[in-house]
Design a protein around this ligand. Structure first.
Ligand code: ADP
Ligand code: 5GP
Length: 204
């Protein structure tokens, strides 16, 4: 019998370092896979369809959302674009025993927690709003009006940090990567419980 994989949620303001941390972690964390979201946002230079996102036209996104049952585990409008997690791919890989990492915003995280209360949530925050603004500028991927919107949204998103199981501050990158890795390892060592509280039976 294969034990189901664990579902990890990573949220944090745009520019807090989610992509950087995930890239570092996924390089040498076997058994952990990134869930590629659908988005109506246009690709940034260097972003590949099917790797970073499934870049989707709005009509196709809405058709998937309105399927019965919905094609999305969760979806939300973020910074003026639509984003969603395809349910089939996630469920299939969890059944196969893979641990899955979702990079989703605070609205999506709430929806996932409602459907799966065993999801493990991690909130990534920058050391300060000034540092966040500098990092976003240095990344230089946004149109001018999008910086202001992302910073304004960051203030709101940071107030949601207490909803998450873990809080990770991305000051020194190496320390944050180590913290992230430690969370995954500790969660993998946690005893799995049945809904009645009894431990999941081990097969020796
Ligand atoms: P997100 O995916 O959360 O939007 P990114 O991973 O793209 O954020 O990071 C935003 C920018 O900040 C990138 O240019 C990245 O190289 C940089 N960055 C990430 N972590 C750190 C850190 N600890 N110190 C300095 N710069 C960082
Ligand atoms: P970006 O456009 O910078 O790649 O992502 C913007 C925001 O959208 C980030 O907060 C990111 O976590 C969020 N996001 C990415 N994919 C999804 C998704 O599938 N669902 C939700 N709800 N948010 C997502």
């Amino acid at each position: 019998m294969t034990v189901q994989g664990r579902l990890f949620i990573l949220s944090g303001p745009s520019g807090s370092g989610k992509s950087t941390l995930m890239r570092r972690l996924l390089e040498n964390m076997p058994g952990l896979a990134f869930s590629v979201s659908h988005t109506t946002r246009k690709p940034r230079p260097g972003e590949e369809d099917g790797v970073h996102y499934h870049f989707t036209e709005t009509a196709a996104f809405l058709a998937l959302r309105d399927q019965q049952p919905s094609g999305f585990l969760e979806w939300a409008e973020v910074h003026g674009n639509l984003y969603g997690t395809g349910v089939v791919e996630v469920e299939k890989r969890l059944q196969q025993g893979m641990d899955i990492l979702l990079d989703i915003d605070v609205q999506g995280a709430r929806q996932v927690q409602e459907r799966r209360n065993d999801a493990i949530s991690i909130f990534l925050c920058p050391p300060s709003l000034d540092a966040l603004a500098r990092r976003l500028r240095r990344r230089a991927t946004e149109k001018e009006e999008s910086y202001a919107l992302r910073l304004e949204n960051a203030r709101k998103e940071l107030t949601c940090a207490p909803e998450y199981t873990y809080l990770l501050v991305n000051d020194q990158l190496e320390t944050a990567v180590e913290g992230f890795r430690s969370i995954i390892i500790a969660e993998r060592l946690r005893q799995r419980r049945n809904p009645d509280g009894s431990p999941v039976q081990m097969v020796w």
